[in-house]
Design a protein around this ligand. Structure first.
Ligand code: B12
Length: 436
């Protein structure tokens, strides 16, 4: 069969004003340009499970309007497997409908499809709910026998020791400057707003170290000096695995980025190993250092109990030469208009190298979505295209939606200005030099 793996790609913002500042502010542009070139690891993984007798290809669709709907969209295929997060799912459905109308078999899967399976099923011959590795070989067999079922759902968590090698070789080398590798799935914290792989399968699991190293080696066959983004929810949640991984990555001469939580700051042996293993930056959800229910933590409000140590912890991490990308959430229930100034003061006082400002976002299928729906606070319940982390989709408690929007814009203009971005870079470089 001729199978196309199609990723809806790129980054999204709907609000034109946010779009404007996003396109102009140096600190923002840098990060979005870098990440926008990441390929879909989910699809490369499925390609890795596809037997060699099929003819496969990988495509990205950053903007559906750029495709010519009158002719062949991306080409003619027997099967298209489309992946999309929530923000571009409507575009994915449009593409799916186009192919279905022409007799191509359409399979949909991924985070959004898992969270809204009935909605997605209306646009596909088959959907996968949850992790796809356990189902993909069966789907291919069923396609060959013309016995495709409408829905596939694994009944147990996928054992990452059986992970296939993602087909990085399907990518055009010159198009990518960063590649992703997954070392674990899930996160123990279970924050109310989280829409990451925890929602696919709520069990935290790690990948065996030798498999991770094999993936890194495979990437280096094409990209000798790659920059790696670990596509994890929380790389160091299993500390033993984290230490072992760092020991193994030490000799790899890589530069990489990942997401984790603030507790790594208190493990100096780990920080040292991370630096030795080439860690350039870690992204940490700080949410709001001054909010009582910081992170809307469902398990014991853990994050709120860490805030008094944030400044010290950030410094400790950065003193190892690892920059911190501190993420703040605007619009939490106990924030008021005064919170914007308070967060700005914290940002200036902290020595954070990088900052990510996002608006609380009710992704479908999350406890947050269900709560806001029950409280009748969703402004446009199925406006999935606004699930960008920047567009305001609900009525906050301590301010109006418009105040939240304006607060984000004003804070973003300060945080991502050339002046403050340069200042942060210089401050980090100075401190780092002083410590050497
Ligand atoms: C890498 C990444 C990106 C890359 C994506 C590259 C790509 N085309 O895939 C880039 C930088 C482009 C990106 C963009 C965005 N991202 Co992003 N991103 C991630 C990140 C860090 C890792 C995702 C990943 O690779 N996971 C590993 C793979 C193996 O898992 P997976 O994709 O879920 O795939 C598995 C299954 O879902 C399934 N599957 C997936 N696709 C398909 C398709 C078929 C046909 C089948 C059968 C199965 C299947 O099989 C796979 C194996 O089991 C996550 C955060 C995280 N820690 O997960 C956020 C995350 C996915 N991103 C998020 C968001 C919000 C965005 C943006 C909207 C941001 C923005 N404002 O633009 C855009 C989305 C725009 C778009 N194109 O849709 C949210 C999504 C939440 C949601 N429910 O939608 C996450 C969870 C982060 C968060 N803050 O909550 N992102």
């Amino acid at each position: 069969m001729k199978i196309a793996f199609i990723a809806m790609s790129g980054v999204r913002v709907i609000d034109p004003e946010l779009h404007r500042i996003g396109l102009n502010l140096p600190g923002f542009v840098e990060r979005s340009q870098v990440i926008a070139s990441l390929p879909s690891l989910g699809l490369l993984t499925l390609a890795g499970l596809t037997p060699a007798h099929h003819e496969i290809s990988y495509h990205e669709v950053p903007d559906i309007d750029d495709l010519n709907p009158d002719g062949e969209l991306l080409g003619a295929f027997d099967v298209v497997a489309i992946s999309s997060f929530t923000a571009m799912i409507k575009d994915a459905y449009q593409l799916a409908d186009w192919y279905r109308a022409r007799g191509t078999k359409v399979i949909l899967g991924g985070l959004h499809v898992t969270l809204c399976p009935d909605e997605a099923a209306a646009h596909a011959h088959a959907i996968v709910v949850g992790e796809a590795e356990p189902c993909w070989p069966q789907i291919l067999k069923d396609l060959e026998r013309d016995r495709l079922r409408p829905r596939y759902q694994p009944d147990s968590p996928f054992n990452l020791a059986q992970s296939p090698m993602p087909r990085f070789d399907l990518l055009q080398p010159e198009r990518y400057n960063r590649l992703t590798v997954q070392t674990s799935r899930g996160c123990p914290w279970n924050c109310e707003f989280c829409a990451a792989s925890l929602r696919l399968q709520p069990q935290y699991r790690t990948k065996p170290i030798d498999r991770i190293i094999a993936e890194l080696d495979c990437i280096r066959e094409t990209w000798p000096v790659p920059f790696i983004e670990l596509a994890d929810d929380n790389t160091f949640a299993d500390r033993r695995h984290g230490h072992a991984l760092m020991d193994a990555m030490r000799g790899e001469k890589l530069r990489w980025f990942t997401e984790t939580d603030i507790s790594v700051a208190r493990d100096s042996a780990l920080l040292k190993k991370m630096a030795d293993a080439g860690c350039a930056q870690i992204l940490i959800g700080l949410e709001d250092p001054g909010a009582a229910t910081n992170g809307l933590e469902l398990r014991g409000n853990w994050k709120a109990r860490q805030t008094h140590r944030y400044l010290e912890d950030i410094r400790r991490i950065q003193d190892h030469g690892i920059t911190v990308n501190g993420c703040f959430i605007l619009g939490l229930d106990d924030q008021t208009p005064a919170s914007f100034d308070r967060i700005w003061e914290f940002i200036q006082e902290s020595e954070l190298y990088e900052i990510q400002l996002t608006v609380l976002t009710p992704f479908p299928g999350t406890p947050l979505y269900r709560r806001l729906e029950a409280e009748d606070r969703l402004r446009d319940p199925e406006a999935w295209e606004k699930c960008t982390l920047f567009d305001v989709m609900y009525d906050p408690v301590g301010m109006s939606a418009e105040t939240l929007r304006q607060g984000l814009i004003a804070l973003a203009e300060k945080v991502y200005s050339k002046e403050f971005t340069d200042y942060r870079r210089r401050r980090f470089a100075r401190r780092h030099l002083a410590l050497r």
